[in-house]
Design a protein around this ligand. Structure first.
Ligand code: GUN
Length: 340
């Protein structure tokens, strides 16, 4: 099994090679092949492909944070994460609760600010300003989606970029694009960690991302195309306007499904030996399930797995990674604030 060096970013890198270091550090690249590395069997032989276990890999990412937390603790610093949630969307509430629980388990401080559905944009921005000014708060996230009358861009731009652990602020998005990330956006960074730590380095591969959201598709494309170890892929971003989508998905060495349509990617849309990362989290009605629904991804998991070399499940794939990367960014924010 290959083990790749961890590389630490310094701010203010000036040279091209230092840009590459920044990307690697931000992504916490360690390609320990938790799932056993590349499969030796013939893919497409009708046997299920390897499972890329997000829970296990997220545990590894969290374990890597422990020494960093200990170093901060020696200086009396406890990283703190504040989450703002507007309204009562059950999915969003669950995610915010999980983020709080994960912070607690890691020994991070955390706060949840709950605002009503009809809150004004002004009031939300005031709340963000209050958290920006609080030195105990190192990371701030505003859970999306927001109610229609609140402008997402106003909310994300109001967060101090140094506390923007979602990496949604325009300045941080720009830094990712030019290969000098301050933070790596959590879900895209989680996808990269899943690939690397399962022994599926995207370097030189044809990667097809389906979905062009600001949260996943666009920043993931930016990360994957960087000239850096652990990235360096040839990236196609397909979306609802793409003509003949299967002709693109069938070309993919690595297929990333992030369009938010339950079980959209069928077996006839992928080629034998593909590596699949499923970012979708969709609730579908299921009378036999507790609560009357169950969670599925954007991929027809069972059928696609029979053609895949490796595939991430839903749940238990990207979801735990998003949270682990959010914690990583919060620790990073605390380290940066200690340096400044
Ligand atoms: N909604 C869906 N994913 C995310 C995320 O990663 N961060 C925030 N703030 N909201 C989301």
């Amino acid at each position: 099994m290959e083990r790749r060096r961890r590389v630490f970013v310094r701010q203010n890198q000036r040279t091209k090679s230092r840009c590459a270091l920044a990307v690697r550090r931000s992504l916490s690249i360690v390609s320990k092949a938790i799932t056993g590395g590349p499969s030796s069997r013939f893919s497409g032989d009708g046997l299920p492909g390897e499972l890329i276990d997000g829970k296990k890999i997220a545990d590894e990412v969290r374990a890597d944070l422990k020494p960093r937390l200990a170093t901060l603790a020696e200086r009396g610093i406890v990283p703190g994460l504040a989450a703002i949630i507007v309204g009562d969307d059950p999915g969003s509430k669950l995610y915010v609760k999980m983020k709080g629980k994960a912070s607690e388990e890691m020994g991070l401080a955390h706060w949840t600010v709950e605002l009503p559905e009809d809150v004004s944009e002004r009031r939300l921005l005031d709340e963000i300003a209050r958290l920006n000014a609080d030195s105990q708060v190192h990371g701030i996230l505003v859970q999306q989606p927001l109610p229609p009358k609140i402008r997402v861009e106003a909310a994300v731009s109001a967060v101090d970029p140094r506390k923007d652990v979602d990496c949604f602020h325009p300045t941080n998005v720009g830094l990712v694009l030019i290969g000098r990330p301050r933070f790596a956006p959590a879900t895209p960074a989680g996808v990269l960690e899943l690939l690397l730590r399962s022994g599926n380095d995207p370097g030189g591969k044809d990667v097809v991302i389906v979905g062009r959201s600001n949260i996943v598709g666009k920043p993931l494309a930016a990360l994957l195309m960087q000239k850096a170890n652990g990235a360096n892929a040839t990236v196609t971003v397909a979306h609802s306007g793409t003509r003949d989508l299967p002709s693109h998905t069938r070309r993919a060495d690595i297929l990333i499904a992030a369009m938010g349509s339950p079980r959209f990617v069928r077996a006839d849309m992928v080629r034998n030996g593909v590596v699949v990362i499923d970012v979708g989290i969709n609730r579908i009605p299921d009378a036999t399930a507790k609560g009357g629904y169950r969670t599925v991804g954007d991929v027809d998991f069972e059928a696609v797995r029979l053609k895949a070399k490796a595939i991430s499940p839903v749940p238990g794939g990207v979801g735990p990674m998003t949270i682990a990367m959010l914690l990583t960014n919060t620790v990073r924010a605390a380290e940066l604030s200690a340096e400044s």
